[in-house]
Design a protein around this ligand. Sequence first.
Ligand SMILES: *Cc1c(COP(=O)(O)O)cnc(C)c1O
Length: 367
Amino acid sequence: MNKIPLLDLTQQYKGIRNEVRDAIDRVLESGHYILGPETKALEAEIAEYCGVKHAIGVGNGTDALQLALDAAGVKAGDEVITTPFTFFASAEVVSQLKATPVFVDIDPKTYNLDVEQLKKAITPKTKAIIPVHIFGQPAQMDEIMELADQHDIFVLEDAAQAIGSEYKGKRIGSWGHAATFSFFPTKNLGGYGDGGMIVTNDDELAAKLRILRVHGSSPKYYHSMIGYNSRLDEIQAAALRIKLRHLDDWNNARAEKAAYYNKKLAELPVVTPFHAEDRKHIYHLYNVQTEDREGLMAHLKENGIASGIYYPLPLHLQEVYKDLGYKKGDMPNAETISQKIFALPLYPELSEETIDHIVAVVRNYFE
Ligand SMILES: *Cc1c(COP(=O)(O)O)cnc(C)c1O
């Protein structure tokens, strides 16, 4: 067998090559390259897809988080609660705004914020909560919103890994006061470069975000706030519009492959992803847990199968956050899981034969 990558974007491209080339060519011919008609159309399409009023295209998923928090008024002295089991950006943006990230341990099944722990972490300084729908599995949004409303706290969904997933029949992105997406190439809806978006039902917040992304100016050269240079370009927007039409099919294919893996791996000493009945999980990554992760990953590599660790060190133990005062043992679930978890190859075009082969190599390791 040929080498098996964790994700193969070239196969996806083969299926949409002509559509994408035509779309990009249209942009090149138009002479309009940043924040033009393609961005506007993509914003409308994503807003409709999520069932919200507004969508604002920005430079990347990290900027989307930061602009949303900034627009919501997060500032020095505020506390923002999030999970330690996420990509660094979820907390980094809090620090960029000189606010303090407060970490809360995760539920060991869903890997998302543990709502009971979250309750205990709220203080009078809590300005915002950032639930991260990690790996495409939605967080418990109804309980989080109820809690936030009681305390008048802003909720920003970090949906970078979860576009198209649903919680209790309602799309992710429409639960929080705002939500953000990343169009980094490896995400379920990925561009051919960087891109990001914020969605919200809040008219005032949306208007502010549209000003913030262009240096705080409206009209041009008249500045009412200190803003950012964070814009979506037309080539990305045009390509993303093509891909958005395929997103549900791709997400469903990922979920089918994940279910197939679950079935095949059932007899082996690995913990497969938890699937809650009330959620649609879009499997941004297919992660399993095992006791001897390093040994199994080395065995897979010897057999030409890629795997990866998401994420090896929880954020409360990162060197840059040592001044926050957390220590080992503070977040036992995140700490234990980050020692055992790793991702197997998963993408919509992955065949069942290839999964059979991967599982055979895994089985062979335990035998
Ligand atoms: C990818 C990702 C981001 C950042 O998105 P970029 O577009 O790379 O800036 C933020 N949060 C999570 C959970 C992510 O997976």
